[in-house]
Ligand binder design. Sequence first.
Ligand SMILES: Nc1nc2c(ncn2[C@@H]2O[C@H](COP(=O)(O)OP(=O)(O)OP(=O)(O)O)[C@@H](O)[C@H]2O)c(=O)[nH]1
Ligand SMILES: C=C(OP(=O)(O)O)C(=O)O
Length: 209
Amino acid sequence: MGEDAPVRWVVVVPVKPAAEGKTRLAGALSAASRARLVRAMALDTVGAAEAAAGVLRVVVVTADTELRALLGASVDLVDEPGGGLNAAVGAGIARARSLGTGVAVLLGDLPALRPADLADALDLASAHDRAMVADAEGTGTTLLTALPGLSIDPRFGAGSAAAHEHDGHVRLAVPPTSTLRRDVDVPDDLVEVERLGVGPATRAALDQA
Ligand SMILES: Nc1nc2c(ncn2[C@@H]2O[C@H](COP(=O)(O)OP(=O)(O)OP(=O)(O)O)[C@@H](O)[C@H]2O)c(=O)[nH]1
Ligand SMILES: C=C(OP(=O)(O)O)C(=O)O
């Protein structure tokens, strides 16, 4: 590979079983609507990742059988190892690393994600051994990356942006308005992603809610 060859990426997306996901939206949505929304947000996140320049493959780690069936055949499915989010991310990273590309972990709750915003961030990430993108608040992590051959120790959870930075992931200068920074945790976030424009699956789930 020449020195300036662009980095190719495998993107790892973890998704909780839909019936257990997004509990912080419980006050705003019925259990059935919430489960539909979790799957829909994951489908739109994965769809945007597959369409982003530089992305070779998407690996989804989930125990949700309905989501597994809804995902296209091009997605690489990894079984849920148990043990929570970081264990799931670790299982996805192990699969991704075997492909010899850069590895990017992308959380599955980014329903407004545009392929170009992810591609721009991956382009910036190519200049650093390890990098990350913080959520709109600046405290969480939406994207965590490492160049080919380098390990990642995922520390997702409260305060993950600082934890990943502490471990050497460079915080990328992605604009606060990037759709990559707008995850959905609480009901107000739904207003924000609708303002940005959600993907088709999320649009249908919100219309049905
Ligand atoms: N595979 C897998 N994915 C997870 C797990 N926990 C969280 N995720 C996913 O990681 C991403 C970010 O998780 P959170 O923002 O904490 O989402 P959540 O746990 O559904 O939300 P709350 O119940 O409101 O805390 C989402 O795509 C989740 O579906 C897990 O144990 N396994
Ligand atoms: C798990 C995380 O997401 P959230 O803050 O969306 O729960 C994180 O940012 O590390």
